[in-house]
Ligand binder design. Sequence first.
Ligand code: GNR
Ligand code: NI
Length: 172
Amino acid sequence: MSVKTILTEPNILLRQVSESVEKVGDEERKLMDDMLDTMYAAPGIGLAAIQIGIPKRIIVMDTSRDKNIKEPMYLVNPVIKNKNSEKTTYEEGCLSVPDQFAEIERPNMCEVAYLDYLGNKQLLKANGLLATCIQHEIDHLEGILFIDYLSKLKKSMIIKKLSKTKYNRIVV
Ligand code: GNR
Ligand code: NI
């Protein structure tokens, strides 16, 4: 279990489309453990493998409100099967877009099929913050960041700011 460096925009790796996982084995579980450590250390409520430079379709999440109660979720090859036409807005942030926040509108409910930590098939119906987080993380697997939904001007201002700042997370 170790905390990895989180890549920040602008970085072409974050724009890569991640590859499906063929089998959930020990290597994938080790990656999920490291991703969870990295996410908790950040701290964040979700993390996609590409954020630590691994282009695999794996995300981890924990949207539990109580910091003392850990409710880790592991989603391998997640696919959205259904989403609501009703929209909801959250102020989103991203560990790969440090210190920047914006209101983003997304479907308020989604059903997602995925493989869990043991490689078993699961179907999850999510709403609220969890639904938003799942969609934010699946976007990462397609090389999409939340700033892509902003106007060209807002997006370029954020990228300009990030380019001026050197973000280095210390790997312990
Ligand atoms: O920690 C995070 N918080 C968050 C808040 C609102 C909507 C999405 C997120 S995900 C983010 C962590 C992250 O960057 N995951 O990719
Ligand atoms: Ni993110």
